[in-house]
Design a binder for this molecule. Sequence first.
Ligand code: SRM
Ligand code: SF4
Length: 584
Amino acid sequence: MPGSEVEKIKEDSRALRGTLKETCESDASHFSHEEYQLLKFHGSYQQDDRDQRNERKKAGQDKAWIFMIRTKTPGGSLSSKQYLEFDRIAGDLGNNTLRITTRQGIQFHGILKAGFKETIQRLNRVGVTTKGACGDVVRNTLAAAAPFQNAVYREVQRLAKELSDTFLSRSRSYTEIWLDGKKLNADVPNDSPTDEEPIYGKVYLPRKFKFAIAVPPYNDIDVFTNDVGFIAHAPNGQVEGYNVFVGGGLGMTHGMLKTHPMLAQPLFYVKKEHAPAAAVAIVTMQRDFGNREDRKISRLKHVVEDRGIEWVRQEVGSRLKAPTEPIKPFAFVSVADLLGWHEQGDGKLFCGIFVTEGRIQDAHDVHYRSAFRVIAEKFGFPMRFTANCNLYFHDIDPSKRKEVDEILKAHKVPHTDGFTESRKTAHACVALPTCGLALAESERIFPALMDSIDGVLRELKLEKEPILFRMTGCPNGCARPYNADFAFVGRAPNKYAFFVGGSIVGDRLAGLEKKMVELKDIPSVVRSYLKEFAEKRKNGETFSQYWGRTHVNGAKPVPEQFHIELAEREARLAGAKQPASVSE
Ligand code: SRM
Ligand code: SF4
């Protein structure tokens, strides 16, 4: 069978070079379609400002080409010095914003072609690479974000860096094209002198690949939505090993049954020293068995679904050559971050700061960017990005707490004490105007939508309830909507598919409740579910527990659950006449 078009582009690319260097140095306004596919492996997406698209088209003008550049910061960790350079780059070369991503990285938006190489060089000079932040390789490795200073959290952050280094492409193309052949980043492993990719081979992986490492009881990196999830087992304050889960992934296409989200399934437990080898065994299995003909069904989750978890266990076992054991018991409480002030375990403090949709900017009267710059300049505290798109400053001497609070207050950075519990965890993906795949707004309209939902929560006295809301501008799932209690997934301008029934713990998938809800109707639709919950809940159960008790979903997800409304599914099951869909 011939491979997909992208397979051919990779194969012919001379280790990801293609003609990127030539086009970068030419006065072409943008990269070609083939070059764009390769650009991803170097950490960037070619985009255009979609707010300008129609007008420019009418005026017969070319698209307003811009670039998104994404960093790889394993475990979301970086120094204040690095952050300050990020801030300067956003001002000098980007659109004056920094976007914390749902994978603990940063995206610079609005970079022009003329500033592309400079952005990459400046990032590398402060020890941050963009290599492999996108493309068919292992993406940024998530690791428990809370900056507790103890052996367990240190080990998990260390493993994130080790996995990141292990799976970094060894092609010299990145250094050649963007760094003028000089390695600017001492922290990145050496390129292979022959371009050889010891793990990936010539055509890399069939698709993107994602690792996450969690430390119970916090599932703050949403471990089950990753291709591979490691869950630390640390009964005596030291990591002894990891429960390994495989086959998580969320992307789907509306109405296409063969595409659907899956949560990772239990594979085995391995001792700590074998975790990196287990990672290599799983990645090489996906390299060899992942579908290379149809990119819609090419993630690890499809190998797990098609061949079954027992086959996967055998195959990985034969590659691993190290002992494995059955999964050890563990329990998570929430996907939330620890916002506000906390002791980090060594006499110092960390401060978790809520960042509206992860967008660090000075806008709408809240000056996040200036506040973070002042704190980073004045104190030099290390930082952590979270997978909920928030920020931790850590290693803070208690004597500095008041000053930090004053800086945040002076810049009107919101204090989460007065927030509803839902607001603290709610998140929306980037979508318009930069995302080329967005079918509807997400980041830009979510704060106002959450204002309305907050009103409903307060009216029903549910403001203290941990209920998870997420939104995306299309079904790809970048804000991880399908394991939230409530999710709104863009279908068309102002229209969203409505999902209910994930969990605040991140361990259950939702189901489609309504194929299409108008944006303006979302608060009243949500209200009907919340009202039922407020009236019928038992013994203080959470919304997730209530839904789990009263509905069957998630445990063994079926494709229909994501494409056919619940009412219709039930009617089909009962053999009854199918009712017309709510909105279509
Ligand atoms: Fe994503 C594609 C943004 C996390 C699933 N994602 C995109 C692109 C690059 C659009 C494109 O291909 O042209 C978006 C760029 C928007 C922009 O303008 O910036 C985009 N994804 C994001 C970010 C920035 C969302 C955010 O709100 O933070 C996240 C960047 C993470 C990072 O630093 O690496 C982001 N994307 C995710 C996640 C969540 C996660 O990984 O925890 C998912 C679901 C999990 C998964 O992978 O299954 C996700 N993004 C996708 C998919 C669907 C993949 C699939 O298997 O079907 C696409 C489309 C694709 O790959 O074809 C996509
Ligand atoms: Fe773009 Fe869709 Fe991802 Fe949102 S979910 S950032 S609209 S690809």
